[in-house]
Ligand binder design. Structure first.
Ligand SMILES: [Zn+2]
Length: 265
């Protein structure tokens, strides 16, 4: 009986060991161990109403840090600046945004501008990437919106890709590295900006995917509706980046910045 018990324990342990040795993730994530410094520009209108509060800026970024922790990246508000200009508070044209940025920009920092409203009904927008003269505009100061724009800032595309109309990415992932967001662990996402999210998900029923369209092979889609880079903004119970998205952001930083510019950032 004892021998049997020992054998059972050994067998169980042996099975566990062999299971544990099976790699479930192909590439380990790089650890950048990098704290990026953020300059938060909060815009005020003529009555001194603020687009968001300094406390909210810090609280939201602290929350955002959890999404970037797997690659050792965090964001810290090193300075909060106030911009008093009602024309920037409710911005209606890109030129106005650029004018505001030209007058209020800090080099080698992540510049985030908090507005009350923006020309289109968007929560935020990222102009260019961290490698260029990039900056971020935020209207909806929420963790998922700020994380989404930072995702763009670190080179990510939307899960539905960059083309107008339904993605050419196939559900079987055979062309996943060249279509959609060109990341293979984000499933093909048929979302189009001309159709609202209600066409694709039932926001009243746990965000069940209800879209009946199929890909070129006749396969039904099953996108990652909780992905931070998707446009299913109501489906934010478990917002996340995938392993592939985190890897792309880390590699983008590693390959784009040489040693000296890494120091400055
Ligand atoms: Zn976006």
């Amino acid at each position: 009986m004892k021998k049997f018990l020992l054998a059972t324990i050994f067998f169980t342990f042996g099975s566990y060991m062999s299971f544990a040795q099976v790699p479930t993730v192909a590439t380990p994530l790089p650890q950048l161990n990098k704290e990026f410094q953020v300059i938060a520009h909060i815009v005020y209108d003529k009555d001194s109403n603020e687009a968001t509060s300094p406390l909210m800026v810090t609280a939201v970024l602290n929350n955002v840090n959890s999404f970037f922790a797997p690659i050792g990246v965090s964001f810290r508000v090193c300075e909060i600046r106030s911009i008093y200009n009602f024309q920037y508070y409710d911005t209606i044209v890109d030129a106005r945004v650029q004018e505001m940025v030209n007058q209020n920009f800090a080099n080698n920092r992540i510049n985030i501008y908090y507005l009350n409203s923006y020309k289109a009904p968007v929560g935020g927008k990222c102009y260019n990437t961290v490698a260029g003269t990039g900056f971020i505009v935020i209207v909806d100061n929420s963790p998922t919106t700020v994380a989404h724009e930072l995702g763009h800032y670190f080179s990510l595309d939307h899960t539905f890709g960059t083309q107008a109309g339904t993605t050419a990415e196939l559900v079987n992932a055979s062309n996943c590295s060249t279509t959609g967001d060109r990341i293979c662990d984000t499933p093909a996402d048929p979302y189009t900006q001309s159709q609202g999210e209600g066409t694709f998900v039932d926001v009243n029923a746990n965000c069940n995917f209800i879209y009946a369209g199929r890909d070129a092979n006749g396969h039904y889609y099953n996108p990652d509706v909780g992905n931070i880079m998707s446009y299913y903004v109501s489906c934010n119970d478990c917002p996340h980046f995938t392993h592939g998205q985190l890897l792309k952001m880390a590699n983008y930083y590693i390959s784009t910045f040489n040693t000296s510019s890494k120091d400055r950032w």
